[in-house]
Every structure is written in structure tokens, then in C-alpha cells.
Design a protein. Structure first.
Length: 280
């Protein structure tokens, strides 16, 4: 059992709502594993209170924080400095509070996504072929930028609101196309960046047959862990990558900076967090 001292290191996750977040469980596991005198707290903050809440955290001894829906773009605007990865993504999910009072931000979603694919689909490379991403939200921005920077030869953004996808394509630059229909023929990677297939949401209706042989199908959804999309991919002999890996890996850079230890993602951590995703 961990007992916090008055010198405990502190970080947390800002969201509205935030009760669903598994980040406190994840970071709590690492804190316990490494015997760190520290805490990672859920911080439910309404959008209208976001700026004042973030500015108060360094005064309360916080080293930084993660940011989730709906605060990522507001966090980007609040930062005194955003690194190249965050600027390319156009949003941040990780904040660092510096001793001089500056707030710095980055986006680790793209990093977490790439690490998750490399872990669950060994041998995969972004240069294998075209990628199709469904959705145009904040996490998609980071993932799309990471794929392009890693050498993806062509990216197709698919969104019902084409104008939103077109705006993202302009921001990203490079070989990016936009469509309101999933053009999967010969694609080497399909990414679901929507809420379709999430528990309580309708399933994603899509035919995966046109994908290239051996293609990777990745779902950002992790509740349930095995979505209908991933089940269909496995049935067709495609490589399936669930959303839990992205959640676990995107947390590593922040934890390393805030608590001074580089944590690892392994089977024990995955099982611990996955257990909390099981139906009660």
C-alpha cells in the first residue's frame, strides 16, 4: 500500500467528464511498481473553468497533466510553448509545468499509436502502403501526422463532414486525400478514429475485403477491447490492433517527465488495465 508524503509528486488528467478515464489506473500501476511517492488524479473540469484550473495546478505542486475530451484544443491555445509534434498535430494531450511558470505541451497520441502497432503487428512499417483513417478528431490529427512523418506514402481521411477532413488535410500537408467514403482498395492500414463500435455505439459497418493482403486494421476504441471491426479483420486473416495499446504507450512520455522514471508497457500492465474494461 502506498502512503503519500507531503513531498509527493503530482499529475493528473483533465477532462469533462473524466470518470471513464483509465489513465489514473494506468499511472497508479506504474507509481506502485516503481515505489514512487506520487499520485495521478482524475480532474473533472468544465470547459468554462479549464484555463483557470490549469493555471492553478502548478501552484498546487503539480508537475503536469494529461488532457482529454473536450480540452485538447483549449490546452494547445493555453500553452506558452508547444513542441514540433504538438504543432504538427494541432492539439496537445500532455502538459508540463516548468519551474519558471511556463506551460509546455505536446501530443503523444501519435507516438502511442505507432508504438502500439509495432508491438501488436511486428514488422509493420508506415511505408508499407497507403493508409485510410476514419474520422477527423483530435487524436486522428496526431495519428495522421505521425504516420506521415514515419513515411506513409499516402493518407486518405474519411469523414462524413468532408469540410472538416479537408481542413485537417490542409493543416497536415503532404500526400493526403479526402473522401466521404472508405476507399480501401490496396490500402495497407485502416484506422478507426471514430466512436463507432464503442460500447453503447452502433458497430462500424465496413467491408474489409478490398484491403491489401496482410493489411493492418487498427481501432482506437478500447471498450470493448475486441470490437466487431477487429473481429472481422481477424476472420479475414488481417492483422488486428486494439485501442488499448495506444492508451498504454501514449502515457509513457508524460510519466517519464513528471515522475522521473521511464516505465515499460508489458503483459502485466496490459492485463491490469484490461481487467477494468471487462463488463461488470
Amino acid at each position: 500500500m502506498q502512503i503519500l508524503s507531503g513531498k509527493a509528486l503530482k499529475a493528473g488528467v483533465l477532462g469533462w467528464p473524466v470518470a471513464h478515464s483509465r489513465s489514473p489506473r494506468l499511472h497508479g500501476f506504474w507509481l506502485d511498481r516503481h515505489g514512487i511517492d506520487g499520485a495521478y488524479l482524475p480532474l473533472p473540469v468544465r470547459p468554462e473553468h479549464f484555463v483557470e484550473s490549469v493555471r492553478a495546478l502548478p501552484r498546487l505542486g503539480f508537475a503536469g497533466a494529461n488532457v482529454t475530451i473536450p480540452h485538447k484544443e483549449a490546452a494547445y491555445a493555453l500553452c506558452d510553448a508547444v513542441d514540433a509534434v504538438g504543432r504538427r498535430a494541432g492539439s496537445v494531450n500532455t502538459l508540463f509545468f516548468r519551474p519558471d511558470g511556463r506551460i509546455e505541451g505536446t501530443s503523444t497520441d501519435g507516438y502511442g499509436f505507432l508504438e502500439s502497432i509495432r508491438e501488436q503487428a511486428p514488422g509493420w512499417q508506415a511505408s508499407d502502403g497507403p493508409a485510410v483513417i476514419l474520422g477527423a478528431g483530435g487524436a486522428v490529427r496526431s495519428v495522421a501526422a505521425a504516420l506521415l512523418d514515419a513515411g506513409c506514402p499516402k493518407l486518405v481521411l474519411v469523414n462524413r463532414t468532408v469540410a472538416r477532413a479537408e481542413a485537417l488535410a490542409r493543416d497536415l500537408g503532404g500526400p493526403v486525400a479526402v473522401s466521404d467514403q472508405p476507399l480501401l482498395r490496396d490500402a495497407a492500414l485502416l484506422v478507426n478514429g471514430t466512436s463507432m463500435g464503442m460500447q453503447g455505439e452502433p458497430p462500424l459497418e465496413i467491408d474489409l475485403a478490398p484491403l491489401a493482403p496482410g493489411a493492418v486494421v487498427a481501432d482506437m476504441v478500447y471498450v470493448p477491447l475486441e470490437t466487431p471491426l477487429l473481429a472481422q479483420a481477424r476472420a479475414l486473416g488481417l492483422r488486428a490492433v486494439d485501442g488499448l495499446g495506444m492508451l498504454l504507450h501514449q502515457a509513457r512520455p508524460g510519466f517519464t517527465e513528471w515522475f522521473g522514471v521511464a516505465p515499460r508497457v508489458d503483459a502485466e500492465l496490459r492485463a491490469f488495465v484490461a481487467h477494468d474494461l471487462m463488463p461488470r
